[in-house]
Ligand binder design. Sequence first.
Ligand code: UD1
Ligand code: UDP
Length: 361
Amino acid sequence: MNILTVVGARPQFIKAAPVSRALRARHREVLVHTGQHYDAGMSDIFFAELGIPQPDINLGIGSGSHGQQTGRMVMAIEEVLLAERPDWTLVYGDTNSTLAGALAAVKLGIPVAHVEAGLRSFNRAMPEEHNRVLTDHCADLLFCPTATAVELLAAEGLTTGVHLVGDVMVDALRQHADLARQRSEVLVRLGLRPQGYCLATVHRPYNTDVPENLRSILAALGDIHQQTGRPAVLPLHPRTRGRLEALALTPPAGVLLIDPVGYLDMLALEQAAALILTDSGGVQKEAYTFAVPCITLRPETEWVETVQAGWNVVVGADRGAIVQAATQRRWPEGPPPLLFGDGQAAGRIVAALEGAHASAG
Ligand code: UD1
Ligand code: UDP
């Protein structure tokens, strides 16, 4: 079987790593990097740390408006698809690279498989929401991380080709968590004590492009430091760094801004954090899997199971609400139930692709 995989943004390198490994054991994979993320700390480091083969093709698309970026990707991916004529096009998650891969393939009649299908925020102001809905409706195989995702697809009439496989991010986490504990020196480097700090990430337009929200989050992290003595470490997505610089915003005492970190350092920081505050999808699930309480800095989440289990609270960007959740909320005890699968999602994805290929051929 010939698979053409399209990735482009940080979380996609992480999601593709376990699947790519399982696929390449038996099949041919052509890995296409759109170039959506291009800084070494947003791209190269993940290929090195996760042992992902170098992309066969880097389209070098880079940044731009949604229309320009997505359009340029569709044109470039179409050329590659015409040359390769794969049996399947495999796309991940909900970025512009995901949608571009799905659109280019479906228009050429090449079957599309979508990993992390069925996620919905029901917030059409999010670029990711358009990308997910459209990609799911282009896909022939829909790989869902949770039963909720399967139900949400059914509500949109998508029931054929749907597979509940678990979350590939849990596969990646399980394959790297011990290595991160052994190899990463990030806590020592930053002078942090296990359980003695909060970890925060912010990159959604809802926060970066609304100056009051960005100010409010930074102020809340400063307040939490004042009240609990715990500093916050904030690895800055380049988008967020750009906004902070444009607004000339400086962090309050006890808020440590650092460059984005690699996957192993991130897993080490997450595992030893007392609390995680984030607007990232992936980081919410990693917090849950490591049994670290999480405050979601958005008005809603796609990962509702983490909230239902009591390990995540959706707060948005209000300073008072963030501080209250961080200082007063009681969190569950003990290991959380396995909501995102058993770390074997990649094997199920490969088996389903093989099954679909055999029945088509
Ligand atoms: C994208 C995804 C988002 C995902 C996130 C993961 C879309 C619409 N959004 O958001 O779903 O959660 O990736 O991190 O696809 N930049 C750099 N260097 C880089 C990459 C980006 O400086 O290597 C800067 C550029 O100024 C760029 C901005 O960050 O304009 C935003 O990058 P972009 O890829 O468009 O969106 P993200 O916010 O990263
Ligand atoms: N991540 C990382 N370094 C960082 C921030 C995040 O390795 O500095 C990892 C994180 O552990 C998770 C993934 O990147 O696996 C999440 O990506 P991101 O938050 O950019 O996107 P989202 O999941 O929100 O789409």
